[in-house]
Design a protein around this ligand. Structure first.
Ligand code: SAM
Length: 214
């Protein structure tokens, strides 16, 4: 993929609505640690930095680091780390309050996707959020063997155990930076449930006195 042409074609674009919706869901919660997987031109990373988040961004494209960091003030730079890493080579991810992956995970090689997804699931702290896109098999690129695609049932499987706050499927003709195409995309916002205090305890309900006295 010619990602430079993609970034240029999208120059001046707005912050992705899935990321904005996720931040709205957090209400007044304090900014924490975020991962931006496939940060691309850096619009979402810069937005998170502007809100006080500490951000670890990942993108394999050689120009991504420069596009991301150009013009950032020292305060924002001090809260940013960037890894010029291929998804396929990641061995683990830092813990995060929010993992964002906008239109990037489908570009991971299918054989490496399960490991990448496991790393993402493990990175989201209890109570933390995941948001981003997965592509479905009807997508224009659905026959590509170097990308991964998931139908609705498989998406549900990937999200099992998470609280799904929003799952929007688009299966329609549309446009992209590279021209007309068929979009089959799942826009996901999901929350890792808070860990129960001990087995059997419901996270939202205070334990009963007799349990406490054991
Ligand atoms: C469609 S762009 C999305 C960029 C940005 N998140 C956005 O929403 O516009 C996909 C990004 O993922 C990165 N990418 C693609 N395949 C990758 C891989 N295997 N490992 C790491 N990054 C990858 C590309 O360099 C590109 O910046």
């Amino acid at each position: 993929m010619d990602w430079t042409a993609y970034y240029d074609a999208q120059a001046g674009r707005a912050v992705r609505s899935v990321l904005l919706a996720t931040l709205r869901l957090r209400g007044d919660a304090e900014a924490g640690v975020a991962l931006d997987m496939g940060s691309g031109d850096g619009v979402e990373t810069r937005h998170l930095l502007s809100l006080g988040w500490r951000v670890h961004s990942y993108d394999a494209d050689p120009v991504a680091r420069e596009r991301l960091t150009t013009g950032l003030d020292p305060g924002a730079l001090s809260r940013l780390s960037f890894s010029s890493a291929q998804f396929e080579e990641l061995t683990g991810l830092p813990e995060a309050d929010f993992v964002y992956a906008g239109f990037s995970l489908p570009f991971c090689a299918p054989s490496a996707f399960p490991g990448l997804w496991d790393a993402i699931r493990s990175a989201v702290k209890p109570g933390g959020l995941f948001a981003g896109e997965l592509f479905g098999p009807h997508d224009s690129w659905g026959s590509r063997t170097d990308m991964n695609f998931h139908d609705r049932e498989q998406v549900a499987g990937l999200l099992a155990g998470l609280g799904v706050l929003s799952l929007v499927e688009e299966d329609r003709e549309g446009q992209s930076a590279f021209g007309p195409r068929h979009w089959h995309v799942f826009h996901v916002i999901a929350r890792n449930p808070p860990a129960p205090a001990w087995p059997g305890a419901h996270p939202e309900q205070p334990p009963k006195a007799e349990v406490l006295s054991v």
